[in-house]
Design a protein around this ligand. Structure first.
Ligand SMILES: NC(=O)C1=CN([C@@H]2O[C@H](COP(=O)(O)OP(=O)(O)OC[C@H]3O[C@@H](n4cnc5c(N)ncnc54)[C@H](O)[C@@H]3O)[C@@H](O)[C@H]2O)C=CC1
Length: 403
């Protein structure tokens, strides 16, 4: 693999990303019609997300060509792709169309060396993904987990906590997420963190907040009933407790970002020193207070602070209040800090923490979309395409209005 050739040719393709993506999909569906079934063609919006996903994943890989964590990411991606029933021939078809699209878009910037470098790189990437898929299969892991809804607790109009019993045991680490799909919306998958550490009965909780126009979150909040069966992809994500726990811990959770933090807290015992900042858009959205109280009575060294925006103030004002509360605490250099919630909030807090004294390597959160609101709106359609929210997390700005 020649990282320099890959980067320079990808830079050209990236500038014409929208065209590249259109070319790629039309080439793929024309030459490999069998692959169509893997994509949510009935839902144009989701097809768009899927397009974003491709470039988001490629960009992620391009930025980390020499990063030792890349193989782990690719193995996890391959393991998760088993839910699409992706076979080696599908990977080959995608590779052929991707290279055809790059060649078409790069024009005179494309060369025999670029084609060779991409063919090799794509082969290496898919080998690691297929290895991840193969390892999972070899370990007897199913391609997905069907899971029955055994209970459903609604909080207000647009938030629900679902407890699911997977038909096969789902092994995961507290803090991880799974992608979720419902039978009547095939091909639509959204990630949700698992809201509990593994239990003896193997049930798992999902905390779902409804997003305006969000097809899956609306179905989960409004239509899902006990007895329904949902489909879950392989668990992933690295928001897991760094063991052994040698430092005091700070957890900052906003909205349903509470789900993974709750799972992490459930692993602690009475000896651990921890503080929790729980942020919600208003007090009625502090939906799991009884669980917080139970944790407090079990963990004598856990301090809890609830934060909401001032009445009538915009959502983002919670960040200001949170920053003030964090600034009033000491000992940041000693703490490991775990963050979960709307990406703009997580990004802002993660950027602010080093000024309080927390070294960056002691700050943990899931992979975030580029979400700096101070950045000017991108100009061209290709930039816009690349700059849209990360496909993995729903966009909190399109949240259902607070009723
Ligand atoms: N592992 C993770 O990091 C997880 C992240 N999430 C994300 O958390 C969010 C949860 O959604 P909801 O519960 O409906 O949250 P929400 O919209 O009710 O917001 C929760 C809190 O964050 C603040 N907030 C919301 N948008 C903000 C913004 N743009 N800038 C600054 N502060 C903001 C609100 O004021 C509120 O205090 C989703 O975006 C979801 O994708 C959810 C679960 C796990």
């Amino acid at each position: 693999m020649d990282p320099e050739i890959l980067r320079s040719s990808f830079a050209v393709v990236e500038r014409r990303a929208e065209f590249a993506v259109k070319y790629f999909y039309s080439h793929l569906f024309r030459h490999y019609p069998d692959v169509r079934g893997l994509f949510p063609l009935d839902f144009p919006e989701d097809m768009e997300r899927q397009r974003d996903r491709l470039f988001a994943a490629l960009t992620y890989v391009m930025e980390r060509l020499e990063d030792p964590t890349l193989p782990g990411y690719l193995r996890e991606l391959g393991r998760d792709h088993r839910k699409y029933l992706a076979e080696p021939e599908h990977y080959a078809a995608v590779g052929a169309s991707l290279i055809a699209a790059f060649a078409a878009v790069a024009g005179s910037a494309w060369s025999a060396e670029a084609e060779k470098a991409w063919t090799e790189a794509y082969g290496a990437i898919t080998n690691v993904m297929l290895q991840g898929a193969w390892e999972a299969q070899h370990e007897g892991e199913p391609p997905w987990w069907d899971a029955e809804v055994v209970s459903r607790t609604r909080h207000g109009d647009d938030l629900v906590v679902l407890t699911l019993r997977p038909h096969h045991r789902l092994r995961y680490s507290p803090g991880q997420y799974v992608s979720v799909s419902v039978p009547h919306l095939p091909g639509i998958w959204r990630p949700y963190s698992l809201g509990n550490a593994p239990r003896a009965d193997h049930t798992v909780d999902l905390h779902v907040s409804r997003v305006e126009d969000g097809v899956l979150s609306t179905a989960l909040v409004r239509q899902t009933r006990e007895g329904d069966v949902l489909r879950l992809g392989a668990p992933g994500g690295a928001l897991t407790l760094r063991a052994p726990v040698e430092r005091p811990l700070t957890f900052i959770a906003a909205g349903t970002g509470w789900a993974p933090v709750k799972a992490l807290l459930q692993q602690l015992d009475a000896t651990h020193e921890a503080r929790l900042f729980l942020v919600a858009r208003d007090t009625s959205y502090l939906y799991d207070r009884s669980a917080v109280e139970r944790l407090q009575s079990r963990l004598p060294r856990l301090g809890v602070t609830f934060i909401t925006p001032a009445p009538g103030r915009p959502k983002a004002q919670a960040t200001e209040r949170l920053l003030t509360a964090l600034g009033n605490r000491a000992g940041w250099a000693r703490h490991d800090v775990y963050l979960a919630g709307p990406p703009p909030l997580v990004e802002e807090i993660a950027e602010a923490l080093p000024a309080f004294g927390t070294p960056p390597e002691q700050i943990f959160h899931d992979l975030l979309p580029p979400a700096d609101p101070s950045r000017p709106r991108p100009l061209g359609p290709a930039e816009w395409l690349l700059d849209r929210p990360h496909p993995n997390w729903h966009n909190p700005t399109s949240r259902a209005p607070n009723t």
